[in-house]
Design a protein. Structure first.
Length: 354
């Protein structure tokens, strides 16, 4: 797909916005930096993203940084109903926010900002630099790390920015290819038509064979919904073999989870082959672990510990969970994230000690 908005492009207009909180902004003032953050009334993490951006705005407001929240794709037939829905959502979830909030019932913002930049997710942030051009597009969380460089004008011309934007566009193009298949799969799941879901997943795999989620959907359908364990085992074996031969770290972890951490009737699978495959996957994961960051290694240790525990190697399983705990404890994470990681690992540790 071709994008029409990227870093360095002039920021599109915001004249069409309807304002529900704060003074209206119709144009970007030269010398100011604006952060446009796209939100949704159905987005679970938008409240946190906006709160974090509000903190950044407080830090930098004296040097001209302004955050604007834009509620995207409001599911209402008229502008008045859209306003009412946004105001209700704002009162229920963002009542303590002082950030300017707007919405666009015409769809022009979606077309000129989200669609033009190949943006498919919310929350999505756009930073508009002092010269009125786009300085950043992406996850709002990243702005905390780079905003000082957006402010001094060194970010958008950097090699790091160009590489990040290249990766973002590549991921967006992949998602655009996947979206029709995801829509078909979701529609079939909604009516619990498992055979149609399986057909849609198989067509998706044929078109995009490297997509892990489509292959996991196929295996889950065969094993859990259709109880076709013979076909499921063939699909799972092919999935694991492709991950091993492709040296795919994410694929190896996904295959291991399918083999030892999914709610299947494992008694219907070939015992010796399952554990032989688990050993091979474990060896491959451990070989690739040194190349990963600390949290990825912690996730890897937790995942392969499931194999050792199922294989009766209790001490090795406990050792891996202890290693994962040490990695998480040594990481600089927010308290909520760290406690969530530690709670999960301690739960597994307790289970394996029984």
């Amino acid at each position: 797909m071709k994008h029409q908005l990227s870093i360095g492009f002039p920021a599109p207009s915001i004249k069409m916005l309807a304002w529900v909180q704060g003074d209206p902004v119709s144009v970007f003032q030269p010398g100011w930096i604006y952060i446009i953050v796209y939100l949704s009334t159905t987005c679970g993490c938008c409240e946190t993203a906006l709160s974090d951006l509000e903190t950044l705005q407080e830090m930098y407001k004296d040097i001209g940084v302004e955050v604007i929240g834009v509620v995207a794709k409001v599911p209402a037939p008229t502008a008045d109903e859209a306003r009412s829905l946004v105001e209700t959502w704002l009162g229920e979830t963002l009542s303590n926010s002082d950030i300017r909030i707007a919405y666009d019932h015409t769809g022009e913002m979606d077309k000129n900002w989200m669609d033009a930049s190949l943006s498919f997710w919310v929350p999505q942030a756009f930073a508009v630099g002092r010269d009125g051009t786009i300085a950043y597009i992406g996850d709002p969380n990243t702005l905390e790390r780079i905003l000082h460089r957006v402010i001094n004008g060194s970010w958008d011309s950097s090699a790091e920015a160009r590489e990040a934007e290249k990766e973002r566009l590549a991921a967006s193009e992949v998602y655009a290819l996947e979206k029709p298949f995801r829509t078909r799969i979701a529609a079939a799941i909604e009516v619990r038509d498992w055979k149609r879901t399986l057909l849609a997943s198989e067509e998706a795999i044929k078109s995009i064979p490297d997509n892990l989620s489509f292959r996991e959907v196929q295996i889950e359908l065969l094993m859990k919904k259709l109880h076709d364990f013979e076909s499921g085992w063939i699909a799972l074996g092919r999935f694991a073999r492709d991950a091993i031969e492709g040296n795919s770290f994410d694929g190896l972890l996904a295959a291991m989870r399918q083999l030892f951490l999914s709610p299947y009737d494992y008694s219907s699978l070939p015992f010796a082959e399952r554990f032989s495959m688990g050993r091979e996957l474990s060896d491959c994961i451990l070989r690739l672990c040194p190349q990963q960051d600390a949290l990825s290694r912690a996730e890897s240790y937790e995942t392969i510990a499931s194999y050792y525990h199922a294989n009766g190697e209790k001490s090795r399983a406990l050792e891996l969970i202890e290693l994962a705990l040490a990695l998480v404890q040594g990481e600089s994470l927010s308290d909520d994230v760290k406690q969530e990681w530690l709670a999960e690992l301690m739960l597994v540790l307790g289970k394996y000690k029984q």
